[in-house]
Design a protein around this ligand. Sequence first.
Ligand code: DAH
Length: 337
Amino acid sequence: MKAKLQMIKENALSAIHADNADLEQIRIQYLGKKGELTGVLRGMGALTPEERPIIGQLANEVREEIEKALGAKAEAEKNAMLEKRLVEEKIDVTLPSVAAKMGKLHPLTQVQRTIEDIFIGMGFSIAEGPEVEYDYYNFQALNIPENHPARDTQDTFYITENILLRSQTSSVQARVMEQQKPPIRIISPGRVYRSDAVDATHSPLFHQVEGLVVDKGITMGDLKGMLETFAKTLFGNDTLLRFRPHHFPFTEPSAEVDVSCFVCGGKGCRVCKNEGWIEILGAGMVHPFVLENCGIDPKVYSGFAFGMGVERIAMKYYGIDDMRHLYENDVRFLKQF
Ligand code: DAH
């Protein structure tokens, strides 16, 4: 029986030390309820009383040794696994990190916010109006009655006979004047729509910023001074302003306003098309009829208004030669601003 126990021990140990040993399988095979060692212990009844403690002790020693070997092997395997993972999953914390991709504002939004900031700095507040607008606010209140030829230049999208997509932010002028007593000092940025075919300088949807000031004693001098401050802040201190007489039904007198080219300073270049001047907005003194339409007495109050195209200014500002770039959402283009 001693020899048998010796055999069991040797077989078990060499099985345990073999590569790829299945330790659980070995434990069951030798130490399990029906295992080889258990079998030997069961046969102890046949031994003499003198042999029994000796064999019993030996069997316990064998069990302990097998258990120890199993435990040691399991521990070694666990350590080897950990070691392997530590090597394989090593990260180099000194490597530069992957930069998070940050989005930014669209160039049109950037320019619109810059314009807003300049006027807010001059004490203006921001007024909003609906894009789906009544014909009345977009045209009639602004001294553009039905069949007025000015409607042709702003052909827009009609929803019903008297509801349309606004063709100009000037619509907000009448809405503000109806609701607010002078002094009024607002700008109104937003989308406008016109039934224009898409090309390098036209889009059926574009953006404007409208301005309106109404108070006692407002003159053309106030308009000029305010626009000059605006232009110098946006385009630089050397910027000059040029007022060209024009006609808008809702202002009298009216002007188109140019700034000296901020690229060449007026000498003539590609950006100003060799003219030295860049047109940036329309403006004028609010027509007395418009004040009257909105319940403001033109004998007591006067005002000025102006309107500028955000795309136009953004394109000149950044040297963008085709308006379509602004709407195509090509990241390679947008990334530049
Ligand atoms: N609404 C005009 C346009 O689309 C621009 C404009 C001109 C606005 C003169 C004004 C103004 O407020 O006084 O084209």
